[in-house]
Design a binder for this molecule. Sequence first.
Ligand code: SF4
Length: 262
Amino acid sequence: MSQAVSEFISVGPTPREIERLENLAAQLADAAPEQTLRWAIDEFDNSVTIATGFGLEGCALIDMAVRINPRIDVFFLDTAFLFRETYELRRRLEDRYHIQIRAYETDITPEDQELRFGAELWTTDPDLCCRLRKLEPLKDALRNRRAWITAIRQAQTLERSRARVVEWDYQWRLVKINPLVRWTTQDVRAYIAKNNVPFNPLHDRGYPSIGCTHCTRAIGKDQHERDGRWPGHEKRECGMHARAQPAALITTDSTGDETAWT
Ligand code: SF4
């Protein structure tokens, strides 16, 4: 299993290698998240990293991962607009697990952003705001990595409903591992409670999904968990987990072989 995945990371996958990843996803489809995490950490060692947004899922993943590798690399994207409770949670997790959660951020200060793009860019053009404050820093965070681990679940958004436990990430060009992809909200909450994992107190105040202060609102019990994100916009994703169409990306190189990473 390990040989098949490691071989192609430095050059990008061919369709046959994509097929191997799909077989791997089928093998791990019913695996417990801890089993998937153990495979990922064994397979990619220190070239795998965990991305966390400090949601319940991300906190659960950190708890699982440090039991396997206490020195696991973890990072978050600091937009400069996170809730005070979120920054406090970062410190609580670091203290609890004896890790450092690295911050990646744009060098565009909020003041620069307003000067260059106008006031409240998150209102006038939230896609651009997310690109500047999340996607560009994410590119840096994933540079020279062979794989990343995310806390996404299929039930969260339409975009995420097609996520697999292991897949090639066409957007960022590395292997993407989603150990919690099939978990429900109840599964996550049960794990958090059972293991006494630190979590954001805002979750108990009507915020099931928490992002930037400007783009997150409390919601009612009958609303979908992402309905409090980007209120007033159709947007439900920041763009980190966009799924390109594989067929559109597969071309033929100068040797006549198909390549899947152009
Ligand atoms: S979530 Fe809102 S404030 Fe945060 S980066 Fe995206 S648009 Fe900007």
